[in-house]
Design a protein around this ligand. Structure first.
Ligand code: ADP
Ligand code: MG
Length: 323
C-alpha cells in the first residue's frame, strides 16, 4: 500500500468536516479560517512506543490517547480545539493496525469536534505526534502563572487511577470490572474540555495532570511564584484503586502517579461555591485538595496538621523524567 492511498483510506475518510476548514488533507498545506477576536492556541505531544505506552498497547488506544493528551492541554487552557495534524512514523504500513489506530484517533478527535487537516507519514520506529490547533477568546485563556497565595486548590476526578491501571497492566484481562476501569483510565483518558472552558473567568490558574498531582501543582506554584500545601486526607481516591492496590499505595498514586489528564486548578475561596456549581453542571466531580501560600514548593499536610515533603517520584512509568 503506498503512502497516498493509506492517507486517503484511513485518515481523510475519518476526518470531520468543519466550516472553518477551507482546505484539508490533500494539498501541500491546510488552509484554516481563524475567526476575529481570538488567540490561536497550539499544542503538540509525541508518544513513543515503549516509552509513553507499553509495546503491546492496542493500536486503537494509541490513536485515542495521542489525541486525548493534546485535547487535555486545550482543556487546561480553557480553549476550543478545532484542527489537528498527525505526524505518524511507522515500521510498516499494516492494514489492520492502521484501521484500528485511525478509528481510535477519530473517536477522540470527533468527540471533541476536531477536524484532522493534515500531517506527515514516514517509516521508522513507531512514534505518534499530534499537533492541535484551536482558539480562545482573546485574554481569557487559563494559565499556570496567575494563581495567588490564599487560593484554594482543586482537582477533578480521582487522580492515581491511570497509574494504577498501568501498574495492573499485566492483569488487564482478568475478569474484574474494577481493574478494567483503572486500565481504561490509562488507555482512554477523558479530556476535561467542558470543565476547562467553564472555568475560564473563575479559576486563577489551571494545569492538566500528566506528571502527577504533586509535580503539576508544583508547576502552578513555581509559575505563580508561590508555595502550595496539599491536604493528604483530602486526596480523592477511587474505590477501584483502593481495591486493586490498597489504601496507602492508592493515596501515593493519587499524589504522584501521572497520566490522569484531570485538571488541577485554583481559585479564591470566595469563588469556591460558583466553581462547585460549574463543575456540577459539567457532571465532573471536583475536590478541594489544598491551598496556595507564600513561599515556594509543594508540601503535604497530614491529618494531624504536620507538614512533610512529598516522597520522591519513582513509580513504574513509561515516561522518563521530564519526557
Ligand atoms: P508533501 O510531500 O507535500 O508534504 P505528503 O505526501 O506528506 O505531502 O502529504 C500529502 C497530504 O496528506 C498533505 O495534505 C498532508 O497534510 C496529508 N497527510 C500526510 N500524512 C498524513 C497523516 N498521517 N494524517 C493526515 N494527513 C496526512
Ligand atoms: Mg509531507
Amino acid at each position: 500500500m503506498d503512502e497516498f492511498s493509506l492517507i486517503d483510506e484511513f485518515f481523510r475518510a475519518a476526518a470531520l468536516a468543519r466550516d472553518d476548514v477551507a482546505l484539508g488533507i490533500g494539498d501541500d498545506a491546510a488552509l484554516l479560517r481563524v475567526p476575529p477576536g481570538v488567540e490561536l492556541v497550539a499544542a503538540l505531544d509525541t508518544l513513543v512506543a515503549g516509552r509513553h505506552f507499553p509495546l503491546d498497547f492496542p493500536p486503537a488506544d494509541i490513536g485515542y490517547r495521542a489525541a486525548a493528551v493534546n485535547l487535555s492541554d486545550f482543556a487546561a487552557m480553557g480553549a476550543e480545539p478545532r484542527w489537528a495534524l498527525l505526524g505518524l512514523t511507522l515500521p510498516d504500513a499494516e492494514r489492520d493496525w492502521l484501521a484500528a489506530f485511525a478509528a481510535g484517533l477519530a473517536d477522540a478527535l470527533n468527540a471533541a469536534g476536531v477536524a484532522l487537516v493534515g500531517g506527515d507519514t514516514t517509516r521508522g520506529p513507531l512514534t505518534v505526534s499530534v499537533q492541535l490547533l484551536g482558539t480562545v477568546a482573546s485574554g481569557t485563556a487559563l494559565r499556570r502563572d496567575r494563581a495567588q497565595p490564599g487560593d484554594a486548590v482543586f482537582v477533578s476526578g480521582t487522580p492515581g487511577d491511570a497509574a494504577g491501571g498501568l501498574a495492573c497492566w499485566a492483569r488487564r484481562d482478568e475478569d474484574d470490572p474494577g481493574l478494567r476501569h483503572l486500565v481504561t483510565r490509562f488507555s482512554r483518558p477523558t479530556p476535561r474540555l467542558a470543565l476547562g472552558r467553564a472555568l475560564a473567568g473563575l479559576a486563577t490558574s489551571c494545569i492538566d495532570v500528566s506528571d502527577g498531582l504533586v509535580a503539576d501543582l508544583g508547576h502552578i506554584a513555581a509559575a505563580s511564584g508561590c508555595g502550595a500545601l496539599l491536604d493528604w486526607q483530602a486526596l480523592p481516591v477511587s474505590p477501584e484503586l483502593v481495591a486493586a492496590l490498597g489504601e496507602a499505595r492508592a493515596r501515593e498514586l493519587a499524589a504522584a502517579g501521572g497520566d490522569d489528564y484531570e485538571l488541577c486548578f485554583t481559585c479564591p475561596p470566595a469563588r469556591a461555591g460558583a466553581m462547585a456549581a460549574v463543575a456540577a453542571a459539567c457532571a465532573v466531580p471536583v475536590t478541594r485538595i489544598g491551598t496556595l501560600r507564600a513561599g515556594q514548593g509543594v508540601l503535604i499536610r497530614e491529618a494531624d496538621g504536620s507538614e512533610r515533603a512529598p516522597a520522591a517520584r519513582g513509580y513504574l512509568h513509561f515516561r522518563s523524567a521530564g519526557g
